[in-house]
Design a protein around this ligand. Structure first.
Ligand SMILES: NC(=O)c1cnc(N)c2cc(Br)sc12
Length: 318
């Protein structure tokens, strides 16, 4: 089923369910057996989960007891969760370095990290206790998914130090969990997820956090939003500090001394991609030294000191 077919079926189901609900709640004349209503409702929930972009706040699945559920409360991020400029070839990476060299005199060191194909999340700790989890949303305002992120094993309820800080990363579904989940959905007649990213997004949007616990989601944390109690001078030190605190970071990272070395890393992981336990859609390259990052600064919507190299789209499997 493609997105258009899903949209058509979702509209059909919403129409039918709204009519049944109206008849039941307002005229007390149920027009369908409960099990028919439940079956259609279950199909709609499954489709909305598989196609999270098609969920609308007025959908009957977002209502609890006839009222539109608030869903998730909104969280205004202390600092914007930024996006990244893109690079598609070596020339783009060399231009990225050229722009930086206009601002920084000394030699530049890069940190290369895998670009995880999941859902960006913010995780807040107070005195070492996990207190709030949120989606990126539009970068400024996200959704409070604290209850759901508590069900993700790789997010510790308590840090190894009583620190107060906000950490950002990617929540993802491993390839193996994605295959198993779709097999289960296929068997139970539910719509399957198109890819692990949609499966992770659909799972994290669940109002019932117990469902999240069944989905084997995981995380790789990659940034400290406000240094808070952390005393680190580079991305490399920052990631090592997150490891020591008990947070999950991706260990395929590499400090590179030149764009040529970055390019070798990019080519290596473009080949390695099928062998990874999780989906990646590129490589994030950052200036490693935090003082250099500050000197280089930001454009309106993205850091100047980082760029995302995007892998070419994979040929469809024949
Ligand atoms: N390691 C990283 O910085 C990283 C990994 N995976 C991602 N999807 C993203 C997105 C941004 Br924005 S940064 C980043």
């Amino acid at each position: 089923m493609d997105q258009e077919q899903a949209q058509n079926r979702i509209s059909e189901l919403r129409q039918q369910l709204n009519e049944m609900a109206q008849a039941y709640y307002e005229s007390d004349q149920p027009i369908a057996e409960d099990h028919i209503y439940d079956g259609l409702y279950h199909e709609l929930v499954g489709l909305e989960e598989a196609y999270p972009d098609l969920v609308t706040s007025d959908s009957i699945t977002q209502k609890v007891g006839g009222q539109v559920a608030a869903g998730f409360t909104k969280i205004i991020h202390d600092s914007p969760m930024l996006s990244l400029g893109n690079a598609f070839n070596l020339e783009d990476l060399q231009s990225f370095e050229g722009r930086i060299k206009k601002l920084i005199d000394e030699p530049i060191e890069y940190m290369c990290e895998l670009k995880i194909d999941g859902l960006a999340v913010s995780v807040k700790y107070e005195n070492g206790q996990f207190v709030q989890g949120a989606t990126r949303g539009d970068g400024k305002v996200g959704e409070d998914i604290t209850a759901n992120l508590k069900m993700v094993e790789s997010i510790p309820a308590k840090l190894n130090e009583p620190l107060t800080m906000e950490v950002r990363g990617e929540c993802y579904m491993p390839k193996s969990s994605f295959v198993r989940l779709n097999e289960e959905r296929e068997e139970s007649g539910q719509a399957v997820f198109a890819n692990p990213r949609n499966a992770a997004a659909g799972s994290l949007r669940q109002l019932d956090s117990a469902v999240v616990g069944e989905r084997q989601l995981s995380t790789f944390m990659y940034a400290v939003a406000n240094q808070g109690d952390l005393d680190v001078a580079s991305q490399e030190q920052g990631l090592n500090a997150l490891d020591e605190l008990g947070l999950a970071t991706n260990h395929e990272r590499k400090v590179c001394q030149s764009i040529d070395e970055v390019w070798e890393y990019v080519q290596h992981f473009q080949d390695e991609r099928p062998n990874l336990a999780y989906e990646i859609d590129g490589i994030v390259i950052k200036v490693n030294n935090f003082e250099d990052q500050e000197a280089i600064g930001y454009t309106v919507k993205a850091p100047r000191w980082a760029i995302a190299y995007k892998f070419p789209a994979e040929e469809a499997e024949t």
